[in-house]
Write a new protein. Structure first.
Lengths: 220, 220, 220, 220
DNA sequence: AATGAATGAGGCTTCATTCAT
DNA sequence: CATGAATGAAGCCTCATTCAT
């Protein structure tokens, strides 16, 4: 592991503080002063490391995304089959947000709707990250696990949309103290994505009618 | 139809202006002056109709929700079967956001993460509105259209999560000018929810094993 | 008694309302709206009767002063002797403030320190009113009841100063609900003004020394 | 003497400016901008030292009260006898207001009728200060200088009421330019308090009649 | 005579940012 | 490196006052 310089440490200390502060209030309701206080430095010091409040905000996700990506890739090599991998991905995303609720709040409640952030290099990095979902679904299509006519891109939207919806709800009411954790939804989501909600339709559609005809008496 | 007083008209005019302004910038980056200018009144006039900037914000969704609810209910009476209704609901939600993109932006990018709004009466009204999804799914379970072991509440999260995800993406890049409209996702979402992504799952899962046992000779 | 026109009644109704409102908050913290609400008229109506908020304020004392003056004069004719009259005056001033605490608040806490009010005709009328104290003291000096070397003007300051101090204290803490009423101070004030606080001063100051010299015998 | 930090100096500079500004207009008619201009700093700077306009107002009296108290105590140790001390107190109060007319204006015309100020710690300190009057009168009663049946608390009201009345009058007309200074009233007030206004009554009540009879001529 | 409706003017307060030390 | 100190710019909100009806 790379040894960090003092400067880098101070930088991360400020980012950490910003993460905590921005996640509690909004971004616009948080002040540089709040962050400085939380970091134990002066307001001015923050400007030694970041040119503006916004740059500080945009600096928060990078490390988290890298971290999340590393963990996920670590796990996926252990898993075989697109379907199994997909469950692993869903589990990881829910779990990472759950365990890093400050990052989740900033990511889902601040950055997600920030147009400037979308033009950032970090945002591209995030998109790249989510390619892993698309890749997995494509893999499943090729292997015959998944239907041919589904759009991997769209399925990714369903997965991310649902996960984000669940996590935001959780954050909005007393997370992380809340008892019902996001991770608990992993199988509900996975099953629905894979199987849908329709009742075993074949059984209904293809009623089995077996007609037994009396056999002629053999000795006829 | 009820005739609106001058005062009500002016009120709606301001709400409309606020809707346009807040949806372009954030709430916090929008100013009362911006809204006043857009509405063609003075700053002070806004305070004749709303006690604070926040109250103005919270006043935006009411009419939209009522409107959306009315339209949806109108349509649903024409549709039979939980599955068909579900598609109608998905279609309507995507379509209403698409046709009212300012409201969509405010609803999904501002109010959704506003804790104070969640304590509002209007928010309760919204939750009530979404009960219709849950009711429909329950109906489908009872009628045998949907599986017994799914959670209607969770399915609602998938539907709303996906829809909101799609709409936010659309809003974030030049909507409503964007060529790919949210509504186009209606069948992808409906099919996925209903059928899942797994290939012909029933045919694989329920292998048919027919055992014919020799009948005892009748004349035994 | 003069019959009041509708207009005059409305005017007085507004003044009464203003008295109540201004006495509760300050003048500057009270709004025309508050007064209008209290009076049961619209804001605009107030401007039909008064050209400005300040004119409304300055209109409050007139009637009170006239009223107070009339009552006092009524009583004084029944009293003989400067000293007795003085006690009557003190009693009346304390009592009038006590019974008209809204007027007291406006008079002592708003108008007293308002430079513009001092240039008002009404203020002159008030000064004139207080001449009665000075007159009474002069009368006492002439009659030999009071010392020759006291300044009537100054004694008036002591009387008014003390009364106003007591009334303001009373107003500042929950008057008129407060149990200790201003009027209860009447004799303490009167006695102090008349007698001072020094113990039996004359008996100590004027020691009597009588020297008798023996007379020469006449028949010497 | 304690060396003041830069910050303390700046604080005092602002308080001084506020004292000058608030004493000229009212509190509510004075603006933070006025104070800032007078202090030679920006509006925002004031908020680095005081959390609100009101806190700034309430910060004005503290130093003055401390100062006034110190001076008075300094002098009182040189004076013997309750009566003499009382005169010293009256002299000092008149004199301190006279020499610090801005403070006098704020104290007597703004704070005196401010209910919130009455709940302040500083206000309690002020009440404590005025205990010295009560103590002195009690001392006089015990020593036999003053009557037994007077209320020290009430006498304090007469003294403060008169002083405040006189000072306010002085402030209301062109103080401190005015030629008649508050201090000039010291003996009038002292004498009245001590002796009252009644003509030396003993001399009237006990008329001395000395009759000299002509002596018979010795050589008759 | 009364008022509903509108607003210009202005004040308090906040905060990101700068810079000399 | 770090920061204490200062501020320009800006926003929300209030309210006395006006005027057409």
């Amino acid at each position: 592991m790379k040894i960090k310089t003092k400067k880098e440490n101070r930088r991360e200390q400020i980012i950490k503080a910003a993460e905590e502060v921005f996640s509690k209030k909004d971004f616009l309701n948080s002040t540089i002063s709040d962050v400085a206080k939380q970091a134990g430095v002066s307001d001015a010091t923050i400007y030694e490391y970041f040119t503006s409040k916004e740059e500080l905000l945009f600096s928060i996700p990078r490390e988290n995304i890298e971290n999340s990506k590393n963990i996920l890739e670590d796990h996926l090599v252990y898993i075989k089959g697109a379907s199994n991998k997909l469950r692993g991905i869903i589990y990881h995303l829910l779990s990472y947000y759950q365990e890093n609720s400050d990052f989740a709040a900033i990511s889902l409640m601040i950055l997600k709707t920030n147009r400037k952030f979308m033009e950032t290099e970090i945002y591209n990095y995030l998109r790249e990250y989510y390619q892993i979902i698309i890749k997995t679904i494509e893999e499943g299509i090729e292997s015959g696990e998944f239907k041919k006519d589904i759009s991997p891109h769209f399925v990714r939207s369903v997965i991310l949309g649902t996960i984000e919806f669940i996590v935001v709800r959780w954050l909005m009411k007393g997370a992380p103290a809340d008892k019902t954790k996001p991770v608990e939804s992993v199988d509900a989501l996975f099953d629905l994505i894979v199987d849908g909600i329709k009742l075993e339709n074949n059984l209904r559609d293809f009623k089995c009618r077996i007609i037994l005809e009396p056999q002629d008496a053999p000795g006829k």
